[in-house]
Each structure stands twice: as structure tokens, then as C-alpha cells.
Design a protein around this ligand. Structure first.
Ligand SMILES: NC(=O)c1ccc[n+]([C@@H]2O[C@H](COP(=O)([O-])OP(=O)(O)OC[C@H]3O[C@@H](n4cnc5c(N)ncnc54)[C@H](OP(=O)(O)O)[C@@H]3O)[C@@H](O)[C@H]2O)c1
Length: 298
């Protein structure tokens, strides 16, 4: 598996081996998706160093069977959505692009919540324009802005849904209590929280999503690349199991719950191919427990 090249060449629809999930009960996606935050410049700001490679990454992801791509208006800002459209429009049938609104970006590495209804409405229009879509399949509130009543933020998304601009609504970085409250205002189909084999702060939210059959989309599924560092416990056992640390981290997520939809991010085709090959890696009971114990102890 470490040498994933033959798996990638053998199987053009490799991502399908990760299984499927129905977002909102009807949008069929491969469980292993792609996160498009890393196809921007430093600090998630401006153009990527290699725009041509970013385009290749997206096209290769689709070739390998991925049909679930996560992005946000704030990645770049605008850059990630524009490159997705440049690389993939007209979109192949069944490709689900999830985007987000609710942040503004004063500069590199700066993220400021803005959940005002007028901002969310114009953010959604901007995403529709850049992605060249009439309707966004999954629109996620990037953060619930504490300065604005949640009712106003979610009510705005509910209006956009009623106008046909959004099909489904998701949340990001929320507690179980916030999800429950949001669901009294509008149907919620997915939650995107930080979670990985080495970062288990959202275990309660994952369990809630599993019980409610909502998609759980872990961001930083590779701990922002740290699973591959030489100090990582995952790196230590990966070599023994003939997998790469990233593959092991992704296979662990896929085995953890059927509602998990990992969206690893990369700016490089080589890493993409390595990550997609995790769809074939099975983490059986014993290995799963060893990995789990080691990650919890780290
Ligand atoms: N909802 C939220 O608030 C939120 C926050 C952050 C992210 N997200 C979403 O979650 C997605 C995933 O998060 P992420 O991209 O930040 O973190 P990640 O997937 O945990 O890790 C990405 C990092 O790992 C490196 N990497 C990827 N594959 C690798 C491999 N096989 N070997 C070694 N290094 C590898 C990448 O560098 P290279 O480019 O060099 O491969 C990149 O720096 C994002 O793309 C975005 O869509 C959401």
C-alpha cells in the first residue's frame, strides 16, 4: 500500500472502495472526498504557488472516483471555488460540491465570523457565481456567529433554500446542543468538525450524527499533515503495516463510523493518489484497537 502507484493505475474508480453515503438521504457520494482549502496561497490567501498542479489535483480526484469536494467562499477568498470551476466545469453528473459561508478574510490566516443575513445572502450569491452553479448541493454555515442570533443566520439559509439556491444545509464546528437548536429552525444534513485519529474532541458530536444519520465531515483528517511527521505515533506503526501515515489515518476514519466523510486536503497529485489508495486499506479489529490505543496515549 505504501507503494500505491499500482493500486491507482489498476483502479480508476478507487475512491468508490471507501463506500458511499447519502447526504440528506439522496445525494450519493463516495465517503472519501477531497478538501479544497489547500489549493490556495500561503495562509489560505490568494493564488496557490502552482495553479496548474491545483487544476490537475482536482481533475485527478474526479478521475479516481471522488465525487464529493468541500470548499468555502473564504478559501482564497474566492480562489478555491474559482479553480474548482476552471478545472471541472461543466461538472460531471453526480459531482457534489459543498461550500460554506459565514467568514470574512481581512488578510492571510485571518478569519472573522460574519453571520449577518445580508452577508450570508451575498456570500451565497458569490459562491453560485464562482462555482457556475444554479444551486449549491450542500451549503454549510462556516461558524455560527455569536454576535448574530442563530435564528437569523439559519433563517437566512432557510430562505435561500426556499428560493432554490441551496439544496441542503450543514453546520461547522458546533456542539450537540447547537445542532439540536439549529434543527428546530431548519433541517440539517451534515456537520463538519475538527476530528482525526489523534484529535478526538468531537466524539460526542460524531455519536450524535451517527444516531441521527447525518454526515460527519472531519476537517484536519490528517491533523493538517502532522500525522506524517516523524514524531507522530501513526508514523511509527504505519511502516510496520506497509501503509503511509496518511493512509492509516484515513482508513481509521473510514472504519470509525459509516457516517464519516473524510475530506483530506492536498495541493499535490502525488499526495492525492496516496490518500485515495486508503480506500482499499482495511483496518481490522486488532489493528484498529492498536492504532486507537496509541493515538489516545499520544
Ligand atoms: N470547517 C472548517 O472550519 C474547516 C477548517 C479547516 C479545513 N476545512 C476543510 O477540511 C479540509 C481538510 O483539512 P486540511 O486540508 O486543512 O488538513 P488535512 O487534510 O488534515 O491535511 C492537509 C495537509 O496535509 C498535507 N498532506 C496531504 N496529504 C499528505 C500525504 N499523503 N503525505 C504528507 N502530507 C500530506 C498537505 O500538504 P500538501 O499540500 O503538501 O499535500 C496539507 O498541508 C480542507 O481542505 C477544508 O476543505 C474545514
Amino acid at each position: 500500500m505504501q507503494n500505491h502507484k499500482s493500486a491507482v493505475q489498476r483502479n480508476q474508480a478507487l475512491a468508490k472502495k471507501s463506500g458511499e453515503f447519502l447526504i440528506g438521504g439522496d445525494l450519493r457520494v463516495t465517503r472519501l472526498g477531497f478538501g479544497a482549502m489547500r489549493i490556495t496561497g500561503d495562509g489560505i490567501w490568494g493564488e496557490p504557488v502552482g495553479r496548474a498542479e491545483a487544476v490537475r489535483v482536482l481533475r485527478r480526484a474526479v478521475e479516481l472516483g471522488i465525487n464529493f469536494i468541500d470548499t468555502a467562499d473564504s478559501y482564497g477568498p474566492g480562489v478555491s471555488e474559482e479553480i474548482i470551476a476552471e478545472a471541472l466545469h461543466p461538472y460531471p453528473n453526480g459531482l457534489v460540491i459543498a461550500t460554506k459561508g459565514g467568514y470574512v478574510r481581512p488578510g492571510p490566516n485571518q478569519w472573522v465570523e460574519n453571520g449577518k443575513p445580508e452577508h450570508l445572502r451575498s456570500a451565497c450569491e458569490g459562491s453560485l457565481r464562482r462555482l457556475r452553479l444554479d444551486r449549491i448541493d450542500l451549503y454549510q454555515l462556516h461558524r455560527i456567529d455569536p454576535k448574530v442570533p442563530a435564528e437569523d443566520q439559519l433563517g437566512t439559509l432557510r430562505d435561500l433554500q426556499a428560493q432554490g439556491k441551496i439544496k441542503y444545509i450543514g453546520l461547522s464546528e458546533v456542539s450537540v446542543r447547537q445542532i439540536q437548536h439549529a434543527r428546530t429552525i431548519v433541517p440539517i444534513v451534515s456537520v463538519q468538525n475538527r476530528y482525526s485519529v489523534t484529535d478526538r474532541g468531537s466524539e460526542d458530536v460524531l455519536e450524535y450524527c451517527e444516531k441521527e444519520k447525518m454526515g460527519f465531515i472531519p476537517w484536519f483528517p490528517l491533523a493538517a499533515g502532522r500525522v506524517s511527521s516523524s514524531e507522530s505515533p501513526i508514523s511509527r506503526i504505519a511502516a510496520r503495516w506497509k501503509a503511509s501515515p496518511s493512509q492509516l489515518a484515513l482508513a481509521w476514519l473510514l472504519a470509525r463510523s459509516p457516517v464519516i466523510l473524510p475530506i483530506p486536503g492536498t495541493s499535490r497529485v502525488e499526495h492525492l493518489e496516496e490518500n485515495v489508495a486508503a480506500a482499499e486499506l482495511k483496518v481490522d479489529g486488532n489493528k484498529w484497537q492498536e492504532l486507537d490505543r496509541m493515538a489516545r496515549a499520544s
